[in-house]
Each structure stands twice: as C-alpha cells, then as structure tokens.
Design a protein. Structure first.
Length: 323
C-alpha cells in the first residue's frame, strides 16, 4: 500500500492506504468532513465522519466506525470489506453490495439499516431494518418495522415483522408485537436442533437432529416481555423452545453449534484462532470468512439441512421423570 492521502476542501479520500492512527476530526471545521474509501485501504484506528462512504474494497476497518448522517457501502463495491468492531450512524447504515459480501464483526446501530448480502457477527438495532440475503448471528431488534427476506438470524423482536422467502432462526424463539405478516410463499425454519457443526466439518449429521418448520400462518402464542424501564410488553411469540427442552431432557446427543456460533460472533475479540477436526482427522479453522461462507451456503441451498425426524413420546417422558 502507498501512503498517499488526498484531502480536498471538504472530504478525506483514502485509496491504497494503510492508516495506523484514528481518522477523527482535529478541528471544528473537520466535523462536517466526509470520509471516502476508494479501495485497498486498512485503517487501524477509529473512524468518524459526517458521512462515511465506501466505494470499493478491499477495505478493513479495525476499530469502530461512525458516520453521523450516513454509513454507506456502494452497491457496486467489490472485494472484501470488513468491519472488525461496531459500526453506527445517527441516521442511515446502508450496505447493499450486489456482488460482494460485507462482514460486520460486531453490532450495528442506526435509525434505518438496510443490508443485502451481509454477514453480521453481532446484533442489529434500528427503528426500521431491511435484511435481504443476510446472516445475523445475534438478534435483530427494530422498534418500528422489520423486513426479512431469505436470511438467517439469531432471533428478532419488532413492532411489525414482514417475512418473505426462506428464512431461518438460530435460537428457539422470536417475537413481534403485531402478528408476523408473511408473503404467500414465505417459510420460517428453526435450526436450533440442526447439527450445524458436523455440516460445517462436512461430516454426517447426528441422529435426531435437523430443522423444524415453524407455523407462521396460524395464530401465535402471546408472551410478556419486560423492558429496561420495567414496562411489560405483550408480544406474539414464535417458538420451538418446548421441543428444544424436551430434546435435552430426552438425552439427545449434545450439539457443538455454540462453538461455531460463538466463533462467528466473537471473531473480533478472540485472542487466538481456533479450529476443529472432522471425522477424517482433517483440521478445519473456525475463521470468520469460512463461517460466513458456510451460512451463505445454507441460504443458497448448496448445504442442505434435513428435517428433524421422529416424535417425542410425552407419556414415556412422564414415566421417565416421574411426572
């Protein structure tokens, strides 16, 4: 990388740069500055701009990034674009790359967030959120409206939820104040009991594991959630928690999914790299780009998760535990 940095009267433009320090305003005049990334850039410090615009990769931001009005990744961007720590904006975060997949290793926070082809290792917080062909290892929390299309999320909670395409939940339950509004072709699968780790290692799935299709068309259950200020919220609950609980009670083989999920969620904080071995003795690293590609392979259908087989005999369960 060269060390050339261009500064005009308003903008800071980075291209072919490795920046060891933070990119922060030094004077009041610089508070309104736009930070523009044009490719082949690595920044080791925090970044702040009135707007932060990334036109092209490769680009790696090692510390937190904040665009006061906007954090935008160009839809035509190419190359790896990685945010190692949290990213935020007072207004808008938009990452809708057509050909590339942007990696956010930590949380996102803004008023409006629109993501396409993105991997998020943390949670997403906003008033309005749109996800299209995305993977979010943590939760997706929209205070007003959430739209999910062909995506994998840990869980979600929103006032209004619109579902389209084929979607997956990593955790047993998700919530919506209003009943979910699915399209006619929308499907929601829970993969809490799927053998993700063996699929990641290209090993056969364990017995009694698989995905569970959730019923999003009929009337959901209602539950109470307690807010930080003590307010009790009545929400609609979409859950397979009962089935997961029974699976554990009935001595189903324990899954190692938490190792895979934690490696994807904590990638920016791990002090060393970890790996796993498959049944052939081959070493497979738990590395963020490899984990990203694995989950996107599930979305594309190139990795198929079988439907869970068998049923729970509740009478036998009662006898077993003396109920």
């Amino acid at each position: 990388m060269t060390e050339e940095i261009r500064i005009d009267s308003k903008d800071l433009i980075l291209k072919d740069n490795k920046v060891a320090s933070a990119v922060l305003p030094q004077t009041t005049a610089q508070l309104g500055r736009t930070v523009i990334i044009e490719g082949n850039v690595e920044v080791y410090g925090a970044v702040y701009g009135e707007k932060v615009l990334i036109h092209d990769g490769p680009c790696e931001m090692r510390k937190a990034v904040f665009g006061k009005e906007e954090l935008l990744i160009d839809p035509t961007s190419k190359g790896d674009i990685i945010f190692r720590e949290s990213a935020g904006s007072n207004q808008v975060i938009s990452s809708t790359s057509i050909s590339g997949r942007v990696i956010f290793c930590s949380d996102l926070n803004a008023k409006r967030i629109t993501l396409r082809n993105c991997f998020v290792g943390g949670c997403v917080y906003a008033d309005d959120i749109q996800l299209d062909n995305c993977v979010v290892i943590g939760g997706v929390f929209a205070s007003k409206k959430l739209e999910i299309n062909n995506s994998i999320v840990g869980t979600f909670n929103s006032q209004e939820v619109l579902l389209d395409g084929t979607d997956y939940l990593l955790y047993p339950s998700a919530f919506s104040v209003e009943p979910i509004k699915p399209t006619a072709t929308a499907k929601l699968f829970n993969i809490t009991l799927a053998d993700l780790m063996d699929l990641y290692k290209c090993d056969p799935e364990k017995e009694y594991t698989g995905l569970i299709e959730m019923d999003i068309q009929s009337k959901p259950q209602k539950a109470n959630l307690k807010a930080d200020d003590g307010t009790i919220l009545l929400v609609h609950s979409y859950s397979v928690a009962g089935k997961v609980l029974v699976a554990d009670l009935d001595d189903f083989k324990k899954l190692d999914n938490h190792f895979l999920i934690n490696a994807g969620a904590l990638s920016s904080q791990l002090l060393r790299a970890y790996d796993v071995k498959n049944s052939k003795g081959e070493t497979i690293p738990l590395e963020i780009t490899r984990i990203r590609d694995f989950f996107f392979s599930i979305l594309s259908g190139s990795i198929q998760i079988r439907a869970i087989e068998g049923s729970i005999d509740f009478e036998a369960l009662k006898k077993k535990f003396g109920a």
